[in-house]
Design a protein around this ligand. Structure first.
Ligand code: SF4
Length: 325
């Protein structure tokens, strides 16, 4: 696609058009990558403005997971010593959350590490979420796997949480190659049920697991059907001891093109840099100019230090973003 083809598609999107898979493939193959990134940035500016959202993540770990997700250090296939994920120290985390909240981190994502929580685990998650709500003013999102309708209903009725996150992870076809014990349909159902119950829904996944650009486009199109408010794009962190430990890294151009294509397909979503952000530090500035408008801070627990947050804020503001109040 040449400069004017990309511009024409961008203008159509600004007028409400939804691009087709074929158009997305053609865009991803353009030699005019600067135009592609610049246009993605214009789409972001048009639909989302300059607000930038920073989010922190906290992992609440139960037993090692029974699923076989190839990327995950907690999976049944992983040889990673999962005690690295020690239970968090609640008081210490609250202190840190309150500090970074004052600095502009407005969202806390509470994640558990199981596909399906049993009732005891769900009780625990509800208890933790309520403790966070009482001790902080930060907005909280729950990410507790493929909960059933009734479990989501409990979460809605027994906590103040209004956001539910469930990752589709990748395209429907590629998913089967990296996870055989779970399926994407249950995730879609969870997201649909969460929406029905009045949750704002978030989703996303991982890039760099060996999928093709067409897989990534299928993934973005699948997300478009569900209309999540936020799409988190994690970059595979190839943990030693997981089946994907030797997966070659994606090159920078493919990463930036993926971000831009996600923006062309999901113009209104917040597109968030997720885990693995540290692996792409050298192209972070370019990513912020290719459609990204949100980022996690810290990688595993709420471990971002106040100085790091200040540096991050400065980087985002230098690109013209305003940190969400
Ligand atoms: S369901 Fe979640 S915690 Fe379990 S293996 Fe898959 S990604 Fe890891």
């Amino acid at each position: 696609m040449n400069f004017s083809d990309i511009k024409k598609i961008k203008d159509k999107i600004l007028n409400g058009y939804q691009i087709t898979k074929e158009e997305a493939i053609n865009l991803s193959q353009t030699g005019n990558i600067e135009t592609l990134y610049y246009s993605a940035n214009q789409i972001r500016a048009n639909f989302c403005g300059s607000l930038f959202e920073m989010c922190c993540i906290i992992n609440d770990v139960f037993d090692k997971c029974s699923e076989d997700c190839a990327w995950c250090p907690m999976s049944s296939l992983s040889k990673v010593n999962y005690t690295m994920y020690e239970q968090f120290d609640f008081d210490r985390e609250i202190k840190m959350i309150n500090e970074i909240h004052k600095q502009g981190v407005k969202l806390l994502e509470y994640c558990t590490n199981q596909k399906n929580l049993n009732n005891l685990q769900l009780n625990h998650a509800i208890e933790q979420l309520n403790k966070f709500s009482e001790a902080t003013k930060i907005k909280i999102c729950a990410s507790c796997g493929s909960l059933s309708y009734d479990q989501l209903k409990r979460l809605k009725e027994e906590t103040k949480v209004n956001i539910y996150h469930c990752n589709l992870e990748t395209s429907p076809d590629f998913y089967k190659k990296v996870c055989t014990t779970n399926n994407q349909e249950s995730k879609v159902e969870t997201l649909k049920n969460a929406k029905k119950l009045g949750f704002e829904i978030w989703s996303g996944g991982i890039i760099g697991m060996g999928e093709t650009m067409t897989d990534r486009i299928d993934f973005a199109l699948k997300l478009r059907e569900l209309e999540p408010k936020t799409i988190t794009l994690n970059i595979l962190f190839p943990f030693a001891g997981t089946p994907l430990e030797k997966q070659p890294r994606m090159n920078s151009q493919d990463i930036l093109t993926t971000f831009a294509i996600f923006r062309f397909i999901n113009p209104r979503a917040k597109i968030r840099l997720g885990r693995g952000r540290s692996l792409i530090k050298i192209i972070e500035k370019e990513a912020l100019r290719a459609g990204i408008n949100s980022s996690v801070v810290g990688e595993l627990f709420v471990n971002a230090q106040p100085e790091e947050i200040e540096n991050d804020k400065q980087r985002f503001e230098e690109e013209g973003f305003i940190i969400s109040k």
